[in-house]
Design a protein around this ligand. Structure first.
Ligand SMILES: *Cc1c(COP(=O)(O)O)cnc(C)c1O
Length: 427
């Protein structure tokens, strides 16, 4: 391919393709927070592969390790046989991530995608408790397979299943009800009263910050209350940290500041380091009860991903990266608050925390227009929420000041242009 046009995709690729429609160009190179298309136009990446590229593109150290590994004929595919690359990843994950956080989990490799991890987590919870029902939360997103969709909120995505989605009960997430106290009270009442009609669930599954659902943040107190309810009723707590984990909110796991200990944690997206497909299901040891092979998958042992993932864990040996995210998160929040104040016509509300923040606009189509404008001006950013009402800033967590400021300037320019668009209906 030398010409930058989309003919081949339009002709041969299924209608289901989506991001190519929002970012209609052919990309061919990327480094750190930058991407280039075939015309050599440069883009700042405030999308980060929807959270799969937290460390940016083509990290030098990960690249070096991968090139060495390939050069040495390191094993590529090995199902779940023991490989050196996997052993090294497991060792480092234990030493650098779990041990210092006092977390005791068995690591399961459920297959390479986030949905694989969610499916395995649901299976474990049902197997351990012998119950079928699972409590999910409004606006939650957990993936596109049938089990994962059954605990996902979005009506459009659910309808894609084509079969009834069963064995799940949706409950109000924190801030779903106007009165924030209502969520916990409602959930408690439904569980406590044997006349509520709800089957006792095997598990609660939740995100601490809802990524696809529109950057809705659960308060730490809410997460603590949820954990208490789970303990009281002997229900497993599954935290889906596929998008919010691996540093996105400023700590390795998004639930760390709440001080809770989930029974199962789903990880994927950035755990593979450089965008390599990898997923983990972290299981409390006494719930590690699958028989050998009871859940499997051909691509559980992606050794390239293990190599990059093990290298990526070096970022967590000290607190420099964490501090980078925490400091720059404040800058992002200030920028967004300021933008909301400057442009009341946007009818915006701040959403999210850490490096997953954005603005929800009540003006129909506003956020889509902003991301379109950003693309024109050389910035990749997506929308989130059930009506795409949120524009979502997702820079790599390794970004420097210069990259961040350049990106924010493009967003400011785009918003300023969109609020002036004559056909924008703001009433
Ligand atoms: C992306 C995502 C998933 C699904 O991961 P896939 O790799 O797309 O299957 C599940 N849960 C959350 C919170 C996600 O953001």
């Amino acid at each position: 391919m030398t010409q930058n046009n989309l003919n081949v995709f339009e002709e041969h690729e299924s209608e289901v393709r989506s991001y190519v429609r929002g970012f209609p160009t052919v990309f061919h190179k990327a480094k750190g927070y930058k991407m280039w298309d075939l015309d050599n136009k440069e883009y700042i990446d405030f999308f980060s592969g929807a959270g799969a590229l937290n460390y940016g593109h083509n990290d030098e150290n990960m690249k070096k390790k991968l090139l060495e590994y390939i050069q040495e004929d390191g094993i590529t595919h090995s199902l779940d046989m023991a490989s050196k690359a996997k052993g090294e990843f497991l060792e480092k994950f234990h030493e650098i991530i779990l041990k210092p956080r006092n977390l005791d989990y068995k690591v399961m490799f459920p297959g390479p995608t986030g949905a694989n991890s969610v499916e395995s987590a649901l299976k474990i919870a049902r197997k351990v408790t012998g119950r079928t029902n699972v409590v999910s939360f409004t606006k939650g997103f957990h993936g596109m397979t049938i089990g994962a969709l059954s605990v996902t909120g979005n009506a459009f995505k659910r309808a894609g299943a084509g079969v009834p989605l069963n064995n799940a009960t949706p409950m109000p997430y924190d801030n779903f009800m106007e009165d924030t106290d209502q969520s916990i009270k409602y959930i408690e009442r439904m569980l406590d009263d044997s006349g509520s009609g709800m089957d006792k669930p095997a598990a609660f599954i939740l995100e601490t910050v809802q990524g696809e659902g529109g950057l809705n943040v659960a308060r730490m107190e809410w997460l603590q209350e949820i954990e208490k309810i789970c303990r009281k009723h002997d229900i497993l707590l599954i935290v889906d940290d596929i998008q919010a984990g691996v540093g996105r909110t400023g700590t390795f796991f998004s639930f760390e500041p709440a001080g809770i200990t989930p029974d199962i944690v789903c990880l994927s997206k950035s755990i593979g380091g450089n965008g390599s497909p990898l997923a983990l299901t972290l299981i409390r040891p006494d719930y590690d009860r699958f028989a050998p092979g009871e859940h499997n998958g051909t691509f559980r042992g992606n050794n390239f991903a293990f190599v990059a993932a093990a290298e990526a864990l070096n970022y967590w040996k000290d607190d420099r990266l964490e501090k980078n995210v925490q400091d720059k998160s404040k800058r992002i929040q200030e920028f967004l608050d300021d933008l909301i104040e400057k442009h009341p016509n946007m009818k915006g509300t701040h959403r999210g925390r850490g490096f997953m923040q954005g603005i929800a606009s009540e003006v129909e189509g506003f956020s889509d227009r902003v991301t379109d404008r950003c693309f024109t001006h050389g910035l990749i950013m997506e929308t989130a929420g059930p009506s795409d009402e949120v524009f979502k800033l997702f820079p790599p967590i390794t970004i420097d000041d210069e990259g961040l400021e350049k990106g924010l300037a493009i967003i400011e320019k785009a918003v300023t242009e969109v609020v002036r668009e004559k056909d924008l209906v703001t009433t």
